[in-house]
Design a protein around this ligand. Structure first.
Ligand SMILES: [Ca+2]
Ligand SMILES: [Ca+2]
Ligand SMILES: [Ca+2]
Length: 646
């Protein structure tokens, strides 16, 4: 098997004779903080060749760093920012100049006790139903888990033989219909969208269109299929001619609106399990990670077989991200497979001269098939496999291995995951990287269409173990309140619980506990009439090597139906409906006169079937047009359930 080295793309005119390593191109910045008075202290290891450091600070929402806030000497190892307040996030950039001419950069989100994020947006789960119809239970669990981390969840069903441009139109239609959609999770063999005329690994034998999932997330511009005409690639999928359904663009036309991730284990014959079984195993691993069944050591492994590579320093994508996550002392240089078959690392990075099924010095797709790698998040880089739709491709292989949940081709350009150290989901970091032009160091090919996340885009790296059980009941002697009972999280650092409620299982859950609670059952005095979905999340103060924030567990949820009697002021009477079940009419009987009042008859989901005015002299309602089923008679705050049987 050929193992060609990456073709050189020499960016920096390096005149340096001393040995360089990839970490020279990163500032290994971490931070601690104090609350009284509030301050954030950035720190990094002493760097012998440093001449000076420049510190920048910005809001998370802006892309410009503006003017620096401090310049420090080359012997500096710390900077304290006192211009901060509790529960506010700040983004820092630290630039180091050195006697060697090498510039190092690092980034960090600083924050002190950031508030809980209750709602993250809507995730559109795009399912390849040709394979996922056999995974009904696992996909339901996935939806529960994504919902449990603060997302509303919608589904879009596609077939693997649809054209990618048609699928893109479906996605755009859904995103325009619901502007709350911010994440796109492509699960299964969702048609692969190809675009451009590129070979970012420097190998013209697969020049042409590359897989370009990010375009599924760029929903407000037209991509064209008219100008690129190139058929040199050995892999026919890379060949791109006008009108073939593969777009022309090699660079994203505009900023991506959606966070996109893909779990696609099609055509991975090296693995013993078939495609459906690999997908099923991925979902099991995803669920076990989210619920803390596997707790990974908060540390990172780097297996760098390229070194500084004339200043490209691919593995600096590891160093630069891992320091704000874990601190520089928890980054270990070790062999990828032999180390992580046995020992667990929450994050890892590996690079080496590549081919479609491996990278020199790291390993092969077969190594992922032989045993499970104990790393939840990884990055791999080398030639060829960034063109990830090939059979047994090394970029998709970690997701088939049994534990690993995400991967990306980090080095051309660099990826930026430092937000995850403060609770961001990985799709946020992916989109940040895809949209990055010059805010963060990129090496080469910023905004190119090959930048893509393999894996569930809604995952976050810090896990709080959830409560084990939830149970719902109307307390004895009560009629209009609901008790939410839960068992405590096994995590000893949990400081309390939040309760949420929604009218739909995968809709937006509203937090109904103002403060953290530490008792059970919690009583909801104002349930929704009808079906209530309740969710309980455990909360703890998470402290990473960047800062502190209140983190939530995956919520556990259940539902309960309630019909409750709440008599309005002028309706001080009980009301009954007869007959019940009914087929052609119902009579509403009062023990005292109600005021003339508007009534509605709805189904249990609240859809109105009938409405009118009711009083004692006109209390008979024709219900012949109602289909069989359960209905509610609603009069002000009063609701009564009845059944129609024809
Ligand atoms: Ca084309
Ligand atoms: Ca856009
Ligand atoms: Ca190695």
């Amino acid at each position: 098997m050929k193992k060609p080295l990456l073709t050189l793309f020499v960016l920096l005119n390096t005149l340096i004779s001393i040995a360089q390593v990839s970490s020279d191109y990163a500032v290994l910045v971490s931070a601690t903080n104090s609350t009284t008075p509030p301050s954030i202290q950035l720190y990094w290891p002493l760097y012998a060749n440093a001449t000076d450091y420049t510190i920048y600070k910005k809001e998370l929402s802006t892309t410009s760093w503006g003017t620096s806030i401090a310049t420090l000497s080359g012997t500096a190892t710390t900077y304290t920012d006192n211009d901060v307040i509790i529960d506010s996030a700040y983004e820092y950039k630290i630039v180091r100049n050195s006697t060697t001419g090498i510039i190092g950069e690092g980034y960090l989100i600083g924050g002190i006790e950031l508030s809980v994020v209750d709602y993250r947006g809507t995730c559109l789960l795009v399912l390849d139903t040709t394979i996922t119809t056999d995974l009904t239970n696992e996909i339901y669990q996935l939806k529960k888990d994504i919902s449990g981390d603060g997302w509303a969840v919608e589904e879009l069903h596609v077939a693997r033989d649809m054209s990618p441009t048609f699928v893109r139109d479906l996605i755009i239609g859904r995103a325009n219909a619901n502007t709350a959609i911010t994440a796109l999770f492509l699960f299964g063999r969702v048609p692969v969208l190809y675009s451009g005329n590129l070979y970012p690994d420097g190998h013209p034998d697969h020049q042409g269109a590359w897989p370009a999932d990010g375009i599924y997330g760029d929903i407000d511009v037209e991509y064209t299929d008219a100008t690129v005409d190139i058929i040199v690639a050995a892999r026919i999928e890379n060949q791109n001619v006008p009108g073939d359904g593969k777009y022309d663009q090699s660079v994203f036309k505009s900023k991506l609106e959606l966070e996109v991730g893909r779990v696609d284990l099609y055509n991975m014959p090296t693995f013993i399990l078939d495609e459906a079984s690999l997908l099923k195993r991925y979902l099991q691993a995803d669920h076990e990670f989210r619920t803390g069944v596997h707790i990974y050591a908060r540390r990172a492994l780097i297996d760098d077989n390229f070194g500084a590579f004339a200043g490209e320093a691919f593995a600096s994508s590891g160093w630069r991200n891992f320091a704000p996550m874990f601190g520089s002392s928890e980054i270990y240089e070790a062999d990828y497979f032999t180390t992580m078959y046995t020992n667990d690392y929450l994050w890892s990075y590996g690079c080496g001269g590549g081919w479609f099924q491996g990278a020199g010095g790291v390993g092969t797709t077969n190594d992922f098939a032989l045993d499970t790698v104990k790393s939840a998040f990884t990055m791999l880089f080398g030639s060829y496999f960034g063109d990830w739709d090939a059979n047994d491709d090394f970029l998709r292989a970690p997701l088939a291995s049994g534990n690993t949940l995400t991967n990306c081709w980090a080095g051309r350009p660099h990826w930026h995951f430092h937000n995850m150290a403060m609770g961001a989901n990985i799709g946020y970091s992916a989109r940040l990287t895809q949209n990055n032009q010059s805010t963060y160091v990129s090496n080469i090919f910023p905004k190119w269409v090959h930048i893509a996340l393999m894996g569930d885009p809604t995952l976050r790296m810090h896990i709080v173990q959830p409560p084990a059980t939830i149970s719902l009941a109307i307390p004895t002697g009560e009629t209009s309140v609901i008790g939410i009972d839960y068992t405590n999280s096994p995590d000893p650092d949990v400081i309390g619980y939040y309760v949420y409620r929604s009218a739909t299982e995968f809709g937006v859950y509203e937090r109904i506990t103002e403060e953290l609670i530490n008792y059970s059952p919690f009583i909801d005095e104002e349930p929704i009439h009808g079906t209530n979905y309740y969710m309980v999340k455990a909360v703890k103060l998470e402290t990473s090597s960047s800062g502190s924030y209140y983190n939530t567990s995956t919520g556990i949820s259940d539902s309960i139906f309630i019909e409750y009697v709440s008599i309005e002021n002028n309706l001080a009477a009980t009301i009954s409906i007869a007959p019940n079940p009914a087929s052609d009419h119902i009579s509403i009987n009062f023990t005292a006169n109600p005021l003339q009042t508007n009534y509605t008859i709805t189904n249990l989901e609240g859809k109105i079937y009938l409405q009118g005015l009711i009083n004692v002299s006109s209390n008979k309602i024709n219900i012949q047009m109602l289909p069989e089923g359960m209905y509610l008679f609603n009069l002000g705050d009063y609701h009564k359930k009845f059944m129609v049987m024809n």
